[in-house]
Write a protein that binds this ligand. Structure first.
Ligand SMILES: Nc1nc2c(c(=O)[nH]1)N[C@H]1C(S)=C(S)[C@@H](COP(=O)(O)OP(=O)(O)OC[C@H]3O[C@@H](n4cnc5c(=O)[nH]c(N)nc54)[C@H](O)[C@@H]3O)O[C@H]1N2
Ligand SMILES: Nc1nc2c(c(=O)[nH]1)N[C@H]1C(S)=C(S)[C@@H](COP(=O)(O)OP(=O)(O)OC[C@H]3O[C@@H](n4cnc5c(=O)[nH]c(N)nc54)[C@H](O)[C@@H]3O)O[C@H]1N2
Ligand code: SF4
Ligand SMILES: [Mo]
Length: 733
C-alpha cells in the first residue's frame, strides 16, 4: 500500500494506492491523513486511467509535416536546443516565448526546475496560466502586503460567517484555499450556528449548501464590494482590530467608496440595495467572519479591483490575520522570504504589440497570439510549453491555435498530444504523477491549516523515461546562450542542481523553513527524513496571527489604498456611466465540473461517461424570448468566434447570463486522445475575447463576454462577428 498525495487539484488529499502485479488495483482516500481524513473525489481514481492511458506519451516525439515518430532523448533534446538557439541567433532572444501551464505547480520537480529553465531562455516573452487565473489576487497582495504570494486564506474551520464571491468550492474543491473535504467544512460552519452566503451569477453547488445565495451581474463584484464598504463607514462599524497599528490609507478608502451608495450600484450589479446593506451588516456583526473571492472575481474586467476590495473588507472589519478570518499560512517549505519567489513587480517591460505591462517578469497570456501573429521586429517565432494547453485555456484560443501553426519552431513538455501540443515539432513527455516523488511546495502555502507531507513515488521511473525536472535541467544545460561567463554559471548551476535533485533541494528548504532543523545534523526540527517517516503527513497546527512580521512592504505596514487601485476606479466609473446595452446579447460565464480537470482529463472513460456536461445553461425566460427549448442545438457567437452546443434550461442561472464549462473542444484534428475526441464538447475560449482583459493586471476577462445565441442553422441569424463587434467591445473596458 502506497500512501501519497493526490496532485490533481489544490485540495492535496491523502490517498492510498494499492499496486498488484505492477498495476494500480485501487485508489482510496487515506483515513489517517491528518488533513484530508479520508476524503477523495472521482478524479483521484482517474489517476490510474492517466497512468495507464495508452494515449499517454512515453517517448520523445518528433514531427515531420503531419507525421510523428518516436526518437531518442538525446536527439530530441539536441533538436530543441539547436532550433531555439537558431531562432534566438537570427531574431533575438525575445523571439522565443515560454508558457507554463497549471500542472507545473502540482509537481515538485517542475516547481524546482522551471525557474532555471526559463531564466536560461533569457526571454521577456514569458507566460503562464497565472494570467488566466489568479493574477489579480497576486497584484492586490503585492500592492497591499508587499509580496505577490502573501495571499490571505479563509480560516473556514473557525469562522462563523463565510461570504463567498465567485467561487464554487463544492465542485472545485477549493482554490487559494487548500481545504480537503471542503464541502464538509462548509457544512460545519452552519452546523455550529454560523452562516454561509454566496454571491454568484449561478446558483451553484456551493450556493445549495449556503444559507443564502444572491445573483450578481458578471463583472459587477467591485460595485457591490464598494457599496458594502460605504455602508460600513456610514454605520460606523469599521474596526480594524490588531491591524490598526500598522495599516495606512483608511481615509483614502473612505473617500473612494463614498461615490458608490447601494442605490447607485444596485441596478449596475443586479443586486438590490437592501441586499447589499444586509450583506455588509451581517458580515460586520458576525463574531468571526471572512470574505473569500476566487476565479469568478479574478477572471473578469475588474478582477484586481474586486480582489483588492475583498481584502479591504476583511481588513476594515478586523478579519485580516484574526482567527476565523483571512489568515496567512506558515508552510514548512516557505516560498515567501527566500530566494524562490520574488516580491513581484509591475511593468518591468511591456508587451510589444499592445503595450500591456509585465507583472513579476511575466506578460499576460491574452497577448500571446498577437505577439506571434503580428509581424515586425521582436515577433515571437518559437514557443516552448510546459504542462499547458493554452489553445483551450486562454481567451480566443482559436486565434492562438492558428498562430501556433505558423511558428517556426515549437516544443512541448507534456504527457499528451493534444489541441496545443499537436503544433509542436518536438514533444518531450515526462513521467506522470505516480512515477515521481511529491511534496506540495505551492499548496501547503495556501492551506487553511499548516501541514506537511512527503509522498515517495509509487512506481519507479520506467526505463527510458525522464522526470520533468530532468528534462528541464537537460534543456537548461544545453541552451545556455549569452556571454561565456553566463553560460558557464548556468551550466555549473544546472550540474549542481541535477546532482542534488528534488529530494535534497526539498530537504534544504524544509531545514531552512520555520519548523526546520537548520543545517545541524542532529537536534530537533524538520528534515526530509523526519517528514518522510510520518507517511500520512504531519499536522503543524491551525493558522496563527503573524502580522506585521510577515508583511513585505518596506515599512511593514498594510497599504489599504494603493495608488494603482484608486486610479483604476475611474475605469469602473466609466462603466457605471455607460448606457446599458440593448443588443440582444447575453453575458457569458464559465463553470467547472467535479469530473473535469481543466482541459486534460477528458481522456479518462470513467470521467466522461454519463450525461453530456458541455452544455450551455440558460434561464427559461431568455430561452422563451428566443424561441428556444431545452435540449436544442444552439449556436453561440461572440465578437471573436462561434461554437455549437446543446442548450440546457435552468432557473439556477441569472436571467441575462449563460454558462459554458471550460476545457472542452476536443474535436480538433491531429490529436491523440481517443476518448476525449469521442466526447469533444466545444471550447468556451473560442468565444472569450483576447481583447478583454482586466486593465489593472492584464488577466483575461472571461466573465461577462457578450454572446448571442440562436438555434443552429437559423437562417435569420447574423453571421458570426458581424454587428456585435462594436457592442461587445463596449461592454468591457
Ligand atoms: N473539478 C474541478 N476542480 C477544479 C478545477 C477543475 O477544472 N475541475 N480546476 C482547478 C483550478 S485550476 C482552479 S483555479 C480552481 C478554481 O476554483 P473556483 O474559483 O472555486 O472555481 P469555479 O467553479 O470556476 O468558480 C467560479 C465561480 O464564479 C462564478 N462567477 C463567474 N463570473 C462571476 C462574476 O463576475 N462574479 C461572481 N461573483 N461570480 C462569478 C461562477 O459561476 C463560478 O461559480 O478549481 C480547481 N479545481
Ligand atoms: N474560459 C475559461 N478559461 C479558463 C478558466 C476558466 O475558468 N474559464 N480557468 C483557467 C484556469 S484557473 C487555469 S489554471 C487554466 C489552465 O490552463 P492550462 O494549464 O493551459 O491548461 P490545462 O488544461 O491545465 O492543461 C494542462 C496540460 O498539462 C499536461 N499535463 C498534465 N500533467 C502533466 C505533468 O505532470 N507534466 C507535464 N509536463 N504536463 C502535464 C496536460 O496534458 C495538458 O496539456 O485554464 C484557464 N482557462
Ligand atoms: S479533491 Fe482534488 S486532491 Fe482531493 S482527490 Fe479530488 S482531485 Fe485529488
Ligand atoms: Mo487555475
Amino acid at each position: 500500500m502506497h500512501v501519497i498525495t493526490c496532485t490533481l487539484c489544490e485540495a492535496i488529499c491523502g490517498i492510498t494506492v494499492e499496486v498488484r502485479d505492477g498495476v494500480v488495483a485501487s485508489v482510496r482516500g487515506d483515513a489517517d491523513d491528518p488533513f484530508s481524513r479520508g476524503h477523495i473525489c472521482p478524479k483521484a481514481v482517474a489517476l490510474k486511467d492517466v497512468h495507464e492511458d495508452p494515449d499517454r506519451l512515453r517517448r520523445p516525439m518528433i514531427r515531420e509535416g503531419t507525421r510523428w515518430r518516436e526518437t531518442t532523448w538525446a536527439h530530441a533534446l539536441d533538436e530543441v536546443s539547436r532550433r531555439i538557439g537558431a531562432v534566438q541567433r537570427a531574431h533575438g532572444r525575445d523571439a522565443v516565448a515560454v508558457y507554463l501551464g497549471n500542472p507545473t505547480v502540482h509537481s515538485l520537480g517542475a516547481m524546482l526546475f522551471t525557474q532555471g529553465f526559463v531564466r536560461g531562455l533569457r526571454t521577456r516573452q514569458r507566460y503562464s496560466a497565472t494570467s488566466v487565473d489568479q493574477l489579480p489576487h497576486m497584484v492586490a497582495a503585492y500592492h497591499m502586503f508587499g509580496h505577490q504570494l502573501l495571499l490571505p486564506v479563509p480560516d473556514i474551520d473557525r469562522t462563523d460567517h463565510l461570504l463567498v464571491f465567485g467561487a464554487n468550492p463544492a465542485v472545485s474543491n477549493g482554490s487559494l484555499m487548500t481545504a480537503p473535504d471542503v464541502s464538509r467544512r462548509m457544512k460545519a460552519i452552519r452546523a455550529r450556528g454560523g452562516r454561509l452566503v454566496v454571491v454568484d451569477p449561478r446558483r451553484t453547488e456551493t450556493a445549495r449548501l449556503a444559507d443564502r445565495h444572491h445573483f450578481i451581474r458578471p463583472g459587477a463584484d467591485a460595485f457591490v464590494l464598494l457599496a458594502m464598504l460605504r455602508v460600513l463607514f456610514e454605520d460606523g462599524t469599521v474596526r480594524l482590530g490588531t491591524c490598526e497599528a500598522f495599516t495606512e490609507g483608511l481615509a483614502r478608502v473612505r473617500e473612494a467608496v463614498a461615490a458608490f451608495p447601494p442605490e447607485r450600484v444596485a441596478p449596475l450589479a443586479g443586486v438590490d440595495a437592501g441586499t447589499i446593506r444586509r450583506l455588509a451588516r451581517e458580515f460586520a456583526a458576525a463574531d468571526r467572519a471572512v470574505c473569500y473571492g476566487r476565479v469568478g472575481v479574478s477572471t473578469q474586467a475588474f478582477g484586481t479591483l474586486a480582489c483588492w476590495l475583498v481584502n479591504v473588507l476583511n481588513v476594515v472589519t478586523g478579519r485580516l490575520d484574526a482567527v476565523g478570518g483571512a489568515m496567512f499560512p506558515r508552510p514548512a517549505a516557505d516560498l515567501i522570504g527566500g530566494r524562490f519567489a520574488g516580491r513581484g513587480s509591475v511593468g518591468k517591460w511591456r508587451s510589444r504589440v499592445r503595450g500591456l505591462p509585465a507583472f513579476g517578469s511575466e506578460l499576460p497570456v491574452a497577448v500571446l497570439a498577437e505577439e506571434i501573429d503580428t509581424p515586425g521586429p521582436g515577433q515571437v517565432r518559437a514557443l516552448v510549453t510546459h504542462a499547458g494547453n493554452p489553445v483551450l485555456s486562454t481567451p480566443n484560443g482559436a486565434r492562438l491555435d492558428r498562430a501556433l501553426a505558423g511558428l517556426e519552431f515549437m516544443a512541448s513538455i507534456d504527457i499528451y498530444l493534444n489541441e496545443t501540443t499537436r503544433h509542436a515539432h518536438v514533444i518531450l513527455p515526462p513521467t506522470f504523477a505516480l512515477e515521481r516523488d511529491h511534496y506540495d511546495l505551492a499548496f501547503h502555502g495556501l492551506a487553511i491549516r499548516n501541514t506537511a507531507k512527503f509522498s515517495p513515488a509509487v512506481f519507479p521511473r520506467p526505463a527510458g523515461a525522464r522526470h520533468d525536472w530532468e528534462i528541464l535541467n537537460d534543456l537548461t544545460w544545453r541552451l545556455g546562450g549569452g556571454p561565456w561567463t553566463a553560460r558557464l554559471r548556468a551550466r555549473a548551476l544546472a550540474a549542481l542542481r541535477a546532482t542534488l535533485g528534488p529530494r535534497r533541494l526539498l530537504d534544504y528548504m524544509l531545514r531552512a523553513g520555520p519548523y526546520g532543523a537548520g543545517l545541524r545534523p542532529f537536534g530537533g526540527g524538520l528534515t526530509l527524513a523526519r517528514l518522510a517517516r510520518s507517511v500520512h503527513g504531519i499536522d503543524l497546527g491551525p493558522l496563527e496571527p503573524c502580522l506585521p512580521d510577515r508583511l513585505h512592504t518596506p515599512d511593514r505596514r498594510i497599504r489599504l489604498a494603493p495608488e494603482p487601485m484608486l486610479a483604476d476606479l475611474t475605469r469602473l466609473e466609466a462603466l457605471a456611466k455607460r448606457a446599458p446595452l440593448r443588443d440582444g446579447s447575453l453575458s457569458l460565464i464559465g463553470r467547472r465540473d467535479l469530473r473535469s480537470n481543466n482541459s486534460w482529463m477528458h481522456n479518462s472513460a470513467r470521467l466522461v461517461k454519463g450525461r453530456r456536461r458541455c452544455t450551455l445553461l440558460m434561464h427559461p425566460s431568455d430561452a422563451a424570448a428566443r424561441g428556444l427549448s431545452d435540449g436544442d442545438p444552439v449556436r453561440v457567437r461572440s465578437r471573436v468566434g462561434a461554437v455549437e452546443v446543446e442548450l440546457q434550461l435552468t432557473e439556477d442561472i441569472a436571467p441575462g447570463v449563460v454558462s459554458l464549462p471550460h476545457g472542452w473542444g476536443h474535436a480538433r484534428p491531429g490529436t491523440r486522445l481517443a476518448i476525449a475526441s469521442a466526447h469533444p464538447g466545444a471550447s468556451i475560449n473560442d468565444l472569450t475575447d483576447d481583447a478583454c482583459v482586466d486593465a489593472a493586471s492584464g488577466n483575461a476577462a472571461f466573465s461577462g463576454v457578450a454572446v448571442w445565441v440562436e438555434r443552429q442553422g437559423d437562417p435569420t441569424a447574423a453571421a458570426p462577428g458581424v454587428g456585435p463587434i462594436l457592442a461587445s467591445s463596449r461592454r468591457t473596458v
